[in-house]
Design a protein around this ligand. Sequence first.
Ligand code: SAM
Ligand code: SF4
Length: 330
Amino acid sequence: MNTVMQDGFGRHIDYLRLSVTDRCDFRCVYCMAEHMTFLPRQQVLSLEELHRVAAVFVGLGVRKIRLTGGEPLVRPGIVELCRRIAALPGLRELVMTSNGSQLQRLARPLAEAGVKRLNISLDSLDPERFRAITRHGDLDQVLRGIEAATRAGFERVKLNCVVMKGRNLDEVLPLVRYAIGQGIDIAFIEEMPLGEVGRARQEAFCSSDEVQQLIAREFSLHESLESSGGPARYLRLTDHPDTRIGLISPHSHNFCPSCNRVRMTVEGRLLLCLGHENALDLRALLRRHPLVDGPLIEAVQDALRSKPLRHEFDPQGDVQVVRFMNMTGG
Ligand code: SAM
Ligand code: SF4
């Protein structure tokens, strides 16, 4: 089937972010509360159901799938799931976002399974700070995971850093230097107000423009029109061609007009926008119609017509979306 999915505003939707678990071995301060309750197993889509969802969306015109979570690599059977999704005819690329904790073991099997690109979260190069931000993470383990990823054969590896004043703003330059040393990209993300995480996010908010100015103090930068098919804008470092700087700016540079994506939570809720609660319960349909895809396809096409025009995040405001990022599939 050679279809194109369009929403009610004429935007082409060809990118699915598929959450494979809400669980995680970390509890990052911007993503989760310290004590979280995770979904009971029967509410979570099985590997078979996740594969079926991927196949239905590829049939509908999705060309890029990002597996995310939670931490996708804590889901048993993840490598085999990657292999099966990567083999779907019509899919251009399967990519993943990970916290890096399992990559020493899994980087190569993932690359061999057909994962083309990997985003790895890294918010600090200081072991104690890293532990404070992730609440459980071991920096050394993650750095070894990143290094394993750079050798595993992915087309690209990119670091993701959520910048917070008072926590890691002063690490922007060291993180850029680290990315240059590894010959990989790095993206800096503005924090989004998803879920009540027990701290005032607005005090830590740091705009992408501030990050850019900070980097420009040490490096010569120029704007680039490149896109990796997601929300990042890219800057090139004049003297370091192997490293691009991505800026993901949900607040300061709204990316909604070019939105090309939808998200699926691991309990089977199709989220049409990161910043809105409206969702389609695909799990019910998957389980009611185990053998025919027609009802799912119709429901997805119908839901797309109500994809909101834009998120309404306000960096000065309180929590506007009660779902946590690990439930959303960041
Ligand atoms: N566990 C994996 C990881 O950390 O990379 C994948 C899931 S995580 C939810 C995906 C991405 O969302 C990470 O890069 C993380 O830094 C980012 N993220 C989580 N909560 C966020 C928030 N409130 N605002 C902005 N980015 C957030
Ligand atoms: Fe886990 Fe990723 Fe959320 Fe951190 S950002 S708690 S690593 S899901």
